[in-house]
Ligand binder design. Sequence first.
Ligand SMILES: Nc1ncnc2c1ncn2[C@@H]1O[C@H](COP(=O)(O)OP(=O)(O)OP(=O)(O)O)[C@@H](O)[C@H]1O
Ligand SMILES: [Mg+2]
Length: 218
Amino acid sequence: MQPDLVVSNICKTFSSGRSDLQILRGVSLSLSSGDSLAITGPSGVGKSTLLQIIGTLDQPTSGTVSLFGEDPFALDAQSQAIFRNQKIGFVFQDHHLMPALTAIQNVLLPALAAGTSTAEQYARAKELLEAVGLSGRADHLPGELSGGEKQRIAIARALLLKPKLILADEPTGNLDPVSAKSITELLLSLQKQENFLLIVVTHSLEVASAMGQRLMLA
Ligand SMILES: Nc1ncnc2c1ncn2[C@@H]1O[C@H](COP(=O)(O)OP(=O)(O)OP(=O)(O)O)[C@@H](O)[C@H]1O
Ligand SMILES: [Mg+2]
């Protein structure tokens, strides 16, 4: 059977004015559910760009991506947005929570984006808050939570629709070492329970060594 994610010979060039900036030069990888990958490498090498391409938020200049048997770049914009919403969860360095919404409302955002907030999803949101250790904070606003707690809410939100792929770009980049360790452990324990494919971009050796595989861009 074909792996869930097959990236073949991805190149990315940004053209600005007269100069071309060649960032990714032939990146290939193939991963399946339950796998975890750390993408590492110096600043500016193209880690976020690669993550954005895998997440269908940016297009490669050449090369192909096959995600769960589909070519996401062959889909029209609307189908691609639906595909992304249902199959991929994103976690960023900044939590990107909506400041005026409570923790549980933030967790429910992907359902609202898909236009279907059901009782089942509300139950799932509550379950996820418990899984990330914040069941007592459901009605708190992001401003009332610590950095690590906000990141836990962001992880719960990423998992709401049971995506098969989680993409995290420096998820512990803004956290102290203790919170960073517990966020990494949380991601891996949730992965064990839900069996998604996990890709984490990180500058941290600790985070990278906790993942099953490593891709170093240079
Ligand atoms: N839209 C864009 N237009 C032009 N250049 C871009 C664009 N997006 C990214 N770049 C450039 O591509 C290079 C790679 O950027 P990227 O954000 O992928 O790096 P990174 O490896 O994630 O770095 P960091 O570790 O600092 O986050 C950088 O030189 C960046 O300036
Ligand atoms: Mg980056």
